[in-house]
Design a binder for this molecule. Structure first.
Ligand SMILES: [Zn+2]
Length: 219
């Protein structure tokens, strides 16, 4: 699941209208933003195994701290707590905590059984990555719905607000297509560095959002 998580983040704008797109992306992708750091520290393990599932060569051998349900709840609580301390907005904090948890739920549908409930537990996953004709349309629909909901709330206030936002959408789409059809990554470090690079997408989200404003609803 890649653009599906971004779809969830974009959709979050509907619920939390004054949350920046950068924060929404950070929450929806939090588990995948933590994961590459843990991989580089050799705390979590990923292997490259072409054909592991039809849609990804990545074999998520062990990732209890970034991707167990228990730790997902802990991360969600922490994310919400830090946001609350900074912004003092309980409603938005809860929305962001739920977005963190949404990542695990979406992953549960696509991963083969490799997701623990808690470190050391049995592993779960419905494996839609082995059913491209279901997984790909599903992910595109979630992404498209997220875009639709986002632009129903947010409009550009200048030209950067147009190009930064749609540039991000196009960039994500291109990465998704490259992941589907490109060659497997050469080694696990390059996966981790690409994962770390995802923090740039968070920054991109903040940049785009700063050039957009909330739409005034017709009453
Ligand atoms: Zn994930």
């Amino acid at each position: 699941m890649f653009i599906g998580h971004f779809g969830a983040g974009l959709a979050g704008k509907k619920a939390g209208k004054d949350i920046s797109l950068g924060t929404l992306i950070m929450a929806a992708q939090w588990l995948d933003l933590v994961w590459p750091v843990l991989v580089l520290l050799n705390i979590e393990i990923v292997k490259i195994n072409p054909g592991d599932t039809k849609l990804t060569p990545l074999n998520f051998e062990s990732y209890p701290f970034s991707h167990s349900l228990l730790y997902t709840f802990i991360w969600g609580l922490l994310f919400a707590a830090v946001y609350f301390l900074i912004k003092r907005n309980l409603r938005n904090s809860i929305i962001l905590g739920l977005l963190v948890v949404s990542h695990w739920v979406l992953d549960l549908f696509v991963h083969r059984p490799d997701l623990p409930l808690y470190p050391g537990s049995a592993l779960h996953g419905f494996g839609l990555w082995n059913y491209p004709l279901i997984e790909i349309p599903l992910e595109i629909i979630i992404f498209a719905a997220g875009i639709y909901l986002f632009v129903s709330i947010s409009k550009p206030k200048d030209r950067i607000g147009v190009f930064a936002f749609w540039g991000l959408i196009i960039f994500l789409s291109v990465i998704y297509i490259m992941n589907l059809f490109g060659p497997p990554p050469p080694d696990t470090n390059s996966i981790a560095y690409a994962g770390i690079g995802m923090w740039l997408l968070v920054a991109w989200g903040y940049w785009a959002d700063r050039h957009r404003v909330r739409k005034i609803m017709n009453s």
